[in-house]
Design a protein around this ligand. Structure first.
Ligand code: SF4
Length: 439
């Protein structure tokens, strides 16, 4: 008889980068014979992978830890908030262990201490591509850890350290395994995708007997040969980003760029210490669209950054009008503890002004996004199905990333399945989504 496999309940909070960390920990747990449990009650321990970026995320993390403590009591905390153990222990003194972000070995050591693994040669073997928390047809591909930038509102470099790029050969092998296991879309993520390889001086590595450089363009070109959708996230408008636009125009990678611009006023961008803040962004976007008219740009912005005046905010609205971005998110500035922005000696923007600006921003952008979506009506476009249905399925176009962008609702005579790529005639658009029929 074999011992019962120990069970772990896992909570994954935060951004796609944290999700990739969770996938790695779970892969390791499964390879050591641990089973995953859907509920905290009855599990041998709980792991909470936290996010500690904004105060609201910290509150969510502390809430999840509290729930795990109440329902189970043996709780291991990891992730970004793990870098601030005092705050966690003050709220929940009985935590079994706390480890920081990317500390896979420490998490596993804590698990071994709390729940030793069962020795069973027949326990579940881990599939070659690891365990994925995203649906089977798409996967996040993390190409680096940490960040060399020092944006003043951000504490990620304090939490995750400087940029460490994975060798391109490793990234490409992982991508190949994912594709072999049925993944149809790869989402490239990191803190600063366009900085990929700078830390290793673009060192070449071998992939299928060819030398490939650990470099943004070379990675994008190599991924484009795998025959799946490739989407680039967290790119900054550095001049070398121009090189990938022709790949998008050729259809080799998706015509999609996720660029967190954060603001448009040169003064605010300077105070934020944003990468590429001196570059002429509007001109660059115009040039990109000339080369690849189909390009969709997603971005995020912060309103109410310390020192932001009405004039700065007007500049931001003007940028929106000119740039005509497809998808935009907006956050009100939060004074994250430990962020340099709080100590710049700039005036804090009152909450009610932040809210007024946020409302104005969203209203302005909604009209722009709706217009861009409406321009798709009457066209035939490719759609990747995320949730199949007998008559209506939910999917995404090449211009929409999972989780953050809009959907395409597809009526069809035959049932569609997740991962199917179909041609859809678009009949209607609303503020965020498209509706059409499979042809
Ligand atoms: S680029 Fe800036 S906002 Fe992004 S992780 Fe690095 S420091 Fe933070």
């Amino acid at each position: 008889m074999t011992a019962r496999a120990p069970t772990i309940s896992f909570v994954s909070l935060g951004c796609p980068k944290a999700l990739v960390d969770s996938e790695r920990i779970i892969t390791q747990l499964r390879s050591e014979g641990y089973q995953l449990s859907k509920s905290h009650v009855g599990a041998d321990a709980v792991i909470v992978n936290t996010c500690g970026f904004l105060d609201s995320a910290k509150a969510e993390s502390l809430g999840a830890i509290g729930e795990a403590m109440a329902q189970n009591g043996k709780v291991i905390v990891t992730g970004c908030m793990g870098a601030q153990p005092d705050e966690i222990l003050a709220a929940h003194p009985g935590i079994a262990a706390i480890t920081g972000p990317q500390a896979y070995e420490s998490v596993m050591k804590a698990v071994h201490d709390v729940v030793p693994p069962a020795h069973d040669p027949y326990v579940d073997l881990v599939p070659d591509q690891g365990i994925k928390l995203t649906p089977r047809h798409y996967a996040y591909l993390k190409i680096s850890e940490g960040c060399n930038n020092r944006c003043t509102f951000c504490i990620i470099p304090q939490l995750r350290g400087d940029l460490v790029s994975r060798p391109v050969g490793d990234v490409l092998r992982e991508a190949e395994k994912l594709v072999k296991s049925g993944v149809k879309e790869l989402l490239v993520i990191s803190q600063d995708t366009s900085a990929y390889g700078i830390d290793v001086k673009y060192a070449p590595s071998l992939w299928n007997d060819t030398e490939v450089k650990t470099r943004f363009f070379d990675l994008a070109r190599a991924l484009s040969t795998l025959g799946v959708w490739v989407r680039l996230h967290y790119v900054y408008p550095y001049p070398h980003v121009d090189e990938v636009i022709p790949l998008m125009a050729e259809g080799a990678i998706l015509p999609y760029l996720d660029i967190p611009f954060q603001h448009a006023s040169p003064k605010v961008l300077k105070a934020m210490r944003r990468p590429a803040h001196q570059d002429k962004t509007l001109e660059r976007i115009k040039k990109w669209r000339e080369i690849c008219p189909d390009l969709a740009i997603r971005s995020t912005f912060i309103v109410g950054f310390p020192g932001e005046t009405d004039e700065d905010f007007e500049q931001l609205l003007h940028f929106l009008d000119e740039a005509k971005l497809e998808r935009v998110g907006c956050f009100k500035y939060e004074a994250v503890k430990g962020a340099t922005a709080n100590d710049l000696g700039l005036d804090m923007v009152p909450e009610e002004i932040k809210t007024q600006r946020w409302n104005k921003f969203m209203e302005r952008q909604q009209a722009i996004s709706a217009k861009r979506l409406a321009s798709r009506v009457g066209k035939r476009i490719k759609v990747m199905i995320d949730e199949g249905g007998p008559t209506v399925s939910k999917g995404r176009s090449v211009w929409d990333a999972p989780e953050v962008d809009g959907h395409v609702y597809v009526a069809s005579r035959r049932p569609l399945r997740a991962g199917d790529i179909v041609t859809v005639k678009i009949e209607r658009a609303d503020a965020y989504d498209l509706h059409g029929t499979a042809v």
